[in-house]
Design a protein around this ligand. Structure first.
Ligand code: COA
Length: 441
């Protein structure tokens, strides 16, 4: 027996006809974005103006924000920039950033403005009429509940995941169908300096710890260095390929054997998943996994219930007092705050918990004249305009390929000394001089 949803099924064109001038539209996050709907959204531009569309980490460069002609018709309210948005923000002036902490993103949005239309994606229904929102419930449930009209794109290639993802079709106003291969995130090559950073972090991780890994190349590479640990557990914002490797290697404790994890013990807990088809296949009807609302998963007070919670995130720039900028290059928005602050603070509130900010000591940046220059990512001061993603009072360990130092509780002079000790040797003298000049040391 299959569940019939013919009475809710409409075409993509008819679905987009529900959007009106001045509407506030919300889209599901990352690989859960409704591709068919977002790909056609620009077609309604001739009849609408001033429609705000909120996204987090959109995976594809859709015409409704990439094309300059869309300005005035759509305004992209992006909670986390991706490559297309970075380009469109400069070239098309169609995008603006929404500052928030991920655990509060849904609620904050409702306080700012009630959503009119929610566009998401889901699996086909089971025989009882329940669909799975599949790859993200970061804010989707709250905003679906608040929206006037909910439209889901049924994609039979999405994994059926368990947790807060399960919704009955009775709660949905309309569905469209679009069978579509899921977006896959390329896995970056692991370099020697990743292995060094992973090794320094692994030294501080005890068996039985609960792990969160952030977005970016370094956190993913760290998983390779955790393979000799025992009975680790996962309570994370983003579920990644590296965590599947850990599960398959037996590093993740099964059932009750994740000793420190007090919440949904025995399950890998996340709020969204982004990675390769291997990850998506692993998720499908896997009872070892629970995808739960981001307002719960990422709430620092919730995270703190786990013992030995470990948070591992990466950043773009750290200053000598410990201020962390992970979301902008100077004033230019690069990504977003996401859950960096949520997870770092939650881990430090947990009994025996630790938070790590991992970064390479240097980066080659492109100059205005097209040449490249190597700079230190540990800087005397943040670049003017840089957004502080993690307050210096919330920074615990900072790790580069030259070592790990702990800043938690340390005064500014000691912070500066410790950070200089893990900067690239070529920059240490210059950083020391600047620290003295600024009166940090
Ligand atoms: N100054 C100027 N440019 C810099 C820089 C600096 N100090 N540091 C890095 N860059 C440039 C790099 O050259 C690279 O440029 P490119 O895109 O032209 O190659 C770009 O910034 C990205 O750097 P990279 O180190 O490759 O980034 P990443 O993909 O590993 O992601 C963050 C790193 C910090 C952007 C990402 O982790 C993030 O957005 N974090 C905030 C949210 C978060 O941590 N959430 C956690 C819960 S999931």
């Amino acid at each position: 027996m299959s569940f019939s949803y013919q009475h809710k099924l409409i075409s993509i064109e008819a679905a987009l006809a529900k959007i009106k001038t001045d509407d506030c539209v919300i889209s599901a996050l990352g690989a859960a974005e409704p591709n068919g709907l977002l790909e056609q959204l620009h077609t309604i531009a001739p009849r609408v103006s001033n429609v705000s569309v909120s996204t987090v980490l959109p995976m594809r460069p859709f015409k409704w924000f990439m094309e300059p002609a869309m300005k005035g018709h759509f305004e992209h309210h992006a909670w986390f920039y991706s490559a297309g948005i970075r380009k469109a923000a400069i070239d098309a002036h169609t995008c603006t950033y929404v500052p928030n902490h991920l655990h509060a993103a849904g609620l904050d949005r409702i306080i700012y403005r009630k959503p009119n239309v929610f566009l998401g994606s889901c699996t086909p229904p089971d025989r009882f009429g329940y669909v799975s929102l599949s790859l993200s419930v970061t804010y989707e449930r709250e905003l679906m509940e608040a929206a006037d009209v909910v439209i889901l794109e049924i994609n039979d290639q999405m994994p059926y995941t368990w947790g807060d993802t399960i919704v009955h079709l009775d709660e949905i106003d309309f569905v469209v169908e679009n069978s579509r291969k899921l977006f896959e995130l390329p896995i970056p090559e692991t370099e020697e300096r990743d292995r060094l950073i992973g090794g320094y972090i692994a030294e501080h991780i005890e068996d039985g710890s609960t792990i969160q890994l952030g977005i970016g190349g370094i956190p993913n590479a760290v998983t390779a260095e955790l393979m000799h640990k025992k009975n680790l557990a996962i309570h994370t914002e983003m579920l990644t390929d590296g965590m599947v490797d850990m599960y398959e290697a037996g590093v993740i404790g099964r059932g009750a054997h994740s000793f420190g994890k007090k919440l949904l013990t025995g399950k890998m807990v996340a709020t969204f998943a982004l990675g390769s088809q291997k990850l998506y296949d692993f998720l499908d009807r896997n009872p070892a996994l629970a995808l739960m609302r981001g307002s719960w998963v990422n709430d620092p007070y919730v995270i703190a219930h786990n013992k030995k919670q470990i948070s591992i995130n990466t950043t773009l720039e750290v200053d000598l007092t410990g201020q962390v900028c992970s979301e902008s290059i100077g004033h230019r928005q690069f990504s977003g705050t996401g859950g960096q602050s949520d997870t770092a603070i939650g881990a430090q509130m947990s009994e025996g918990g630790k938070s790590f900010i991992a970064l390479y000591s240097t980066v080659d940046v492109k100059q205005a004249d097209g040449t490249r220059k190597t700079i230190s990512k540990i800087a005397p001061m943040l670049t003017p305009g840089a957004a502080v993603t993690l307050h210096r009072a919330n920074v615990d360990f900072v790790v580069t390929e030259f070592g790990a130092v702990r800043l938690r509780g340390a005064p500014v002079n000691e912070r500066a000394r410790r950070l200089i000790s893990i900067a690239h040797p070529d920059f240490r003298a210059e950083l020391q001089d600047k620290a003295e000049e600024l009166g940090f040391i």
